[in-house]
Design a protein around this ligand. Structure first.
Ligand SMILES: CC(C)(COP(=O)(O)OP(=O)(O)OC[C@H]1O[C@@H](n2cnc3c(N)ncnc32)[C@H](O)[C@@H]1OP(=O)(O)O)[C@@H](O)C(=O)NCCC(=O)NCCS
Length: 282
């Protein structure tokens, strides 16, 4: 068994590994995720059997994801070894992750504490649920932070206020591949949400807003624009109980637990995170 740094050459095998758990990541999704961070792999006899990636959020925090061990090799300490080596490499940083049911005990035993539950909602978007959406929806507008410097600065500032995290590098990489909406028509946006291609269809995220109603308005508008498409969204506890999402064809298929191994920086102001960028990134 060897533990080495992940390279581009491991991506095809890594994607096959996560597909074996029915994770939806395409080779392109893996390439994008790997290109923005760094990773370790476990190999046995030249075959990749485990992966773990991290993404830096500024100098203090990293997000950890894509920890996976091939089913036939599970229960032999490989997951813990990948995690411990990654934590050793990031001993100066707080680590944020989003744990599947299978991973929770491993993370708890490495001193991770729960933050909140995330609901994975997905399905083919239908427009039959129009009446289920709150009637007093705030106005939303198309937004182009990829080509408008001012919009980009506003997006980064709002994201930082809502999460307390430095997600700028990741967000800037997402801009060209994401369609955005903003909330409110004044000088400073009251929220924003994006949608991009991912896995079997599209993923909505991130979703940031100053009110739950605003977050619903953003998500509603993105769903209406993607009727008939397969869409996923990972919503935080701040998101309205997801009854109206079900009316649009998005059903809860899983839950993960956001966890960290030390307190994270806090949000400043009223904006909050209502939807993740994606399950792995947080
Ligand atoms: C979660 C995962 C990475 C653990 O890898 P692993 O190599 O099997 O884990 P290890 O053998 O190092 O075991 C670490 C701990 O995980 C827990 N664990 C391992 N197998 C388990 C099982 N079948 N059921 C419940 N807990 C289990 C135990 O707490 C174990 O600690 P212990 O052996 O001291 O009791 C692996 O199960 C996996 O890839 N699952 C599918 C993908 C996934 O859900 N990844 C987590 C993403 S957040």
């Amino acid at each position: 068994m060897t533990y080495t740094r992940m390279t581009e050459d491991h991506i095809a095998e890594a994607q096959a590994l996560t597909t074996s758990f029915n994770w939806p990541h395409t080779v392109e999704d893996w390439s994008f995720a790997f290109g923005l961070g760094s990773g370790l792999v476990a190999c046995d006899g030249g075959h990749l059997i485990g992966t773990c990636l991290t993404w830096p959020f500024g100098e203090q925090v990293s997000s950890l994801g894509m920890l996976a061990v091939a089913q036939k090799a599970q229960g032999r300490g490989i997951g813990r070894a990948l995690l411990r080596q990654t934590l050793d490499e990031h001993s100066e940083r707080t680590i944020l992750l989003h744990a599947t049911h299978q991973g929770i005990e491993l993370y708890r035993s490495e001193n991770f504490a729960p933050i909140e539950e995330i609901r994975q909602m997905q399905g083919l978007v239908t427009l039959e649920g129009e009446e289920a959406v709150p009637a007093d929806r705030a106005p939303v507008h198309r937004w182009h932070p990829a080509r408008d410097d001012g919009a980009r600065e506003q997006l980064l500032a709002l994201d930082h206020a809502a999460t307390g995290l430095e997600r700028g590098v990741l967000l800037q990489a997402l801009l060209p591949r994401t369609a955005f909406l903003r909330l409110g028509s004044g000088d400073s946006p009251e929220g924003y949400a994006g949608i991009r291609r991912f896995g079997r269809g599209h993923v909505i995220g991130p979703v940031v807003a100053t009110t739950a109603n605003g977050a619903s308005a953003l998500v509603h508008a993105l769903l209406v624009a993607h009727a008939g498409a397969f869409v996923r969204i990972d919503v935080t506890e701040a998101f309205e109980p997801s009854g109206w999402l079900s009316a649009f064809g998005l059903h809860e298929v899983d839950r993960v637990l956001a966890m960290s191994n030390a307190p994270l920086p806090q949000a400043k102001g009223e904006a909050r995170r209502y939807g993740l960028i994606g399950h792995a990134f947080g």
